[in-house]
Design a protein around this ligand. Structure first.
Ligand SMILES: CC[C@@H](C(=O)O)C(=O)SCCNC(=O)CCNC(=O)[C@H](O)C(C)(C)COP(=O)(O)OP(=O)(O)OC[C@H]1O[C@@H](n2cnc3c(N)ncnc32)[C@H](O)[C@@H]1OP(=O)(O)O
Ligand SMILES: [Co+2]
Length: 135
């Protein structure tokens, strides 16, 4: 598994994009809405081989990011690890006692299939595993 991106929950995507662009000295390379997750994302490269930053803003009042923002405010929301075979990893993680939040992979941003693990089975950190659709 390779750390692919760090997800950061934000309330205002325009303002957060400007802030991170100023911090990193580069613009985001992609903005994408994922209806299934009720979010809009904005991606920044991490530099050379480093993990990307994914800004995640809520698309509707009842989605997971809105709930997170209401409870905790903006901040680090999840770690995403890239795997070669998401179905095989889901089987392995389930067998190893991790609590998967879905039975099947779902549509992610940036040409990925994704699956989330409940933070109560991963030391309080929401974990996403993702596979490139091209893989
Ligand atoms: C764009 C797609 C994709 C990509 O391609 O990269 C994304 O990254 S989308 C990101 C948004 N999508 C998701 O987060 C989907 C998975 N999340 C969920 O299914 C839910 O958010 C959840 C993790 C099951 C929590 O939902 P729920 O139980 O309804 O919320 P609660 O507020 O009641 O939380 C229960 C419990 O879990 C703690 N929690 C919630 N979110 C996080 C988090 N991000 N990190 C750590 N812990 C989290 C929350 O604090 C509660 O704990 P207790 O208070 O101790 O009970
Ligand atoms: Co993500």
């Amino acid at each position: 598994m390779r750390l692919e991106h760090i997800g950061i929950a934000v309330a205002n995507l325009d303002e957060s994009e400007k802030l991170i662009a100023k911090l990193l000295g580069r613009d985001p390379y992609k903005r994408e809405t994922v209806a299934e997750q009720s979010v809009t994302t904005s991606f920044f490269t991490g530099g050379s081989d480093a993990a990307k930053l994914e800004l995640v803003a809520p698309e509707r009042a009842t989605g997971p990011i809105q709930k997170f923002l209401e409870k905790r405010g903006p901040g680090i929301h999840h770690l995403a690890f890239e795997v070669d075979d998401i179905a095989a990893e889901m089987r392995r993680l389930r067998e190893d006692g991790f609590e998967l939040l879905q039975e099947l992979p779902s549509e992610g941003a940036d040409d990925k299939l994704v699956c989330f693990l409940h933070p109560r089975s991963t030391n309080g950190v929401l974990v996403e595993i993702c596979q490139s659709k091209g893989a």
